[in-house]
Every structure is written in structure tokens, then in C-alpha cells.
Design a protein around this ligand. Sequence first.
Ligand SMILES: [Fe+2]
Ligand SMILES: [Fe+2]
Length: 292
Amino acid sequence: MQDDVIAVTGSFVDDRDTFRVEEFHRPPLKRHHKKNSEIGISVAFLSDIHVGSKTFLEAQWMKMVEWFHNDPLAKTIKYLVLSGDVVDGVGIYPNQDKELAIKDFYKQYSKFAELLELLPEWVECILLPGNHDVVRPAEPQPALDPEIQSDFNSTTFVGNPCSFKLHGVDILSYHGKSIDDFVSMPEVSYAHPVEAMKEMLRRRHLAPTWGKKTPLSPEPEDNLIIGKIPDIFVTGHVHGHNCSDFKGTTLVCSSTWQDQTSYQRMLGFQPQPCILTVINLKTHASASIPFA
Ligand SMILES: [Fe+2]
Ligand SMILES: [Fe+2]
């Protein structure tokens, strides 16, 4: 990756103007020991709901709402983390208006607030923005505007990325725009975005490349550094789904609620929509519940 920070070992040659590199190094990534909550409550993950798009899967959302009210596992879900692109936005790409069922972004957020209201009252939402949301595209992105926030009840609005603790468990949530840059690596593809997440952890950085597809804001302090290895690391953006372990950290590629778009059809990309990832904070057992 361009702009990677690496260490090297080797030796100076003769005139000391030349350094012969023998090995490249990154900070060693030791096996991580997860922390557990004392009570057996769960956190669920979704992203990329894309409300306002004609391809938003409303019938499947209603199926999930019913599940939330009736399933024993749903009774344990105290938090729902929404990792960005909760609405489709307006003017995000050329001719987007032809694919929009709701053409006003305020109305898109109001509709999403109504959809969240259908979930049981014991579920608290944590919402961060993505590249389709109405905040600046440059990362780190701030939380949604207070005017938009006022539509929502029981939702905590945070920036992108965001690290937070739920009952002692460290969670790092990032929308995942930089996966568009990580796919230049041979190991990473849109079909295997979890490989990009592993590369982020190896580099301790969410978006190491400057000036490519990920817009970055030059801040006095680099807020995209992964200072502390999280217990759960979650992204979205690529509309895939995965939940796996990497050196003791649970990696979650959270699923979308949008069907295949015409752009994805053109690229031959098949999304994996409507899968709710649920992780128990005491046992770290995970479940992926399909609603498609
Ligand atoms: Fe998205
Ligand atoms: Fe996105």
C-alpha cells in the first residue's frame, strides 16, 4: 500500500550513503485476549441500509422487526451498531436520482427513524456516518447534524471511525471506505473484504493511503490510527457479510439492507443483504440471522 509506515533492518554500505535493506517489519500483532462483559447481553451489527433507494428491502426489514419482537435471541440484543450509509443520500453519484424512491435526504432520514422506531424499546442504536450520509466525505467524519438527529429516539450519534466500550468490551467501528484502496492488494477483493480488515489491523491504520479513493482530512492528530487492538472490529461499505476471528479479534463485515444496484450488476457484484450479525458480549458467541 502506498504511504505505509514500515520499519527496516539492514546495514550501511561503504560510503554510508547507501542502506541495504534485509527485512521489512511491522509492529508485531500478537494474539489478542478479548474482554468479556459480566452479563450475557448481545450487540447486533448492520450497515448500508440505504433508505431512500428503490432497492432498499423494506419487506425484509419488516420480517426482521417481527423477529426482534418474538425471538428469544432478540431479547438479549441491547445494542444495534449501524456502521454508516443508513440512507442512500442525494447527489452521491451521477444520475442517482433515477434510482431514488425518496429524493429528499431529510425525508430519507425521517423514514429511517420511523423504521428504527419499529424495533423493540430495549434496543439502543449507535449510528455512524458513511460516504452516502449527509456529512463531509473526508475522514474522520463527524456525527450527523443535530437537525437530523432530532428525528431519532434512543440513538447515539457518533463519528466515523469510532471506538467505544460496551460493558467492558472494546469495539472499533469504521464504515470501510478505504477498502476501495485496499483492493489494490492481491490478497484483498470485494468478495473478501475481511482481508482488508486484517491488513488494517496489521498496519494499525484504517486508511493508510493518501490521495486515492478515500478522502482524508489533514488533522493535527491522525484519528485513523488503530491505537489499541479492539475486541470486535466492524466495517460495512462493501455490502458483503462476514463474521470471523483474526488473532483473537472478531471481525464483522456488516450486511446491507439494499438489493443489488444497477451499478453492482454492471460490475457483476452480488451483495449479501439482510443478514443480522449478533455477538454475545459475555461469551463472544456469534450468530448470523438471514432475512432475505
Ligand atoms: Fe453502502
Ligand atoms: Fe459506503
